[in-house]
Design a protein around this ligand. Sequence first.
Ligand code: NG1
Ligand code: ZN
Length: 545
Amino acid sequence: MAQFEGVFQKSKLHPKPGGLMLQYGTAGFRAQAKHLDHIMFRMGLLATLRSKKTKSTIGVMVTASHNPEEDNGVKLIDPMGEMVAASWEDHATQLANAEQESLLTELENIIEKETIDMNEPASVYIGKDTRPSSGSLSQAVVDGVSSLGGKFHDYGLVTTPQLHYMVCCRNTNGCYGSATVEGYYQKLSHAFLQLTQNAPNRTDDQKRLVVDGANGIGALKMREMEAFLRSELQVVLSNDGSRGKLNHLCGADHVKVQQKPPEGLTMGAGERCCSFDGDADRIVYYYTDSDGRFHLQDGDKIGTLISTYLKELLTQAGLDLQIAVVQTAYANGSSTRYLEDVMKVTVCCTKTGVKHLHHAAQQYDIGVYFEANGHGTVLFSKAAQKQILELVKDPNANDEKKRAVKLLDNTINLINQTVGDAISDMLVIEAVLAIRGMSVQDWDAIYTDLPNRQFKVKVSDRCVIDTTDAERRAVTPVGLQEAIDSLVKKYKQARAFVRPSGTEDVVRVYAEADTQKGADSLAHEVSLAVYRLAGGVGDEPKSLH
Ligand code: NG1
Ligand code: ZN
């Protein structure tokens, strides 16, 4: 234990409140910021061990994404920029919950289980969002890394996807790009400018985009990036953090869940608008029509737009690559039907949580994955990228093929393949709309969403709900699925499911039907079934109407 004396001494400065238990959930640890100092120190320790184990740089991002400003959280990033391996999530939970006196024992358990050579060097990249608590919490991560003798690079304020990008750049020795914020802007803007050359004669109106920065880090980074885009995208930035509170009545999550525009945004009729979330790894688009009706283009519409565009390019380029769209149970039924029946692309459904979608997307030549809430990206297999690059260089390819494959190549460079990225996704969408000469209304008209509603139900223990079939059916408690089935039968084109949240202490209820009234009423009836059969607490769920 002598080698860990420094850790032991330092850990006293980041004591764990006795009895506090937290779990590494869907998106790392999340809680009120005041409970997280010891977690950050310990995640600094764990990232250092992970770095020694993988002989690579590991990332630690301090953020609570779309949660309220008072919360905070932390996510670990693996060598290729992906979420940390599942087995290490368990180590994270163990280490986080060890009482002060057993911290070193827990650390040694992990070292032993993973056969880590402590003589290996370690390198950790650290980033943080704009929350007031993020500064001191990221300092606690630094303390953790240094107390185990690891090296760190603190990028300070960056979006979550920027940090994922840096980690990937570092571990591919620059093949993915240069590991600086400037390198990120250069790579993406270069690809964007190349793509928009295929859409000449655009008016300033067409280049204009209203962006809701959720009063967070995405707004700061958009400002920095603007000059690189050379007016090919003319961003009108709102909720830039100069006045409003982070994620408060704004941001992608608010817009998606409330199905209405954020506050603090001036929207002209028909004007293209988008919202980032608090750490800029999610995006949704929207507009209001001339009757003042709000139209949302969520992750499903984004996935559809991008996969349709890519499929068309593959056909033009004559490339035989399999493209698939990965969704979750929250995907609107209309989007799934459109993709399968009209576009004839493979659709696959996974459990909620980016890591599940990411993993499924890796199984295809081209895997487009988006959660309905706007988190997503596109993965190109190594073989697919190789075929595309070879065709780019092929002197015998005809003009149509050449044009298509160049577009594919630039699109690959514009996409942040490590993780969903609001800025990168926004640029891809803007480029696709420009190249295809589509307005936001044309995009919206690809298919019509089924009306839907999401509710939350508080229960005493949300773990009593166990699900199967990519969370579309409840296995326990007894009788719940039967109750849902018979409720669904009462409505037309209806579907409903329930699952315990991985980020909040609630059960989530989702319903869709042929009318909004039907979806609302079905969601309410299912909420009541959850409340009654799964140990609801507090007031009974109330009807919206
Ligand atoms: P939970 O709380 O497990 O539903 C939410 C989102 C996920 C994902 C994570 C991480 C919904 C219904 N769920 O998970 O899609 O984004 O947060 O941020 O939107
Ligand atoms: Zn986020």
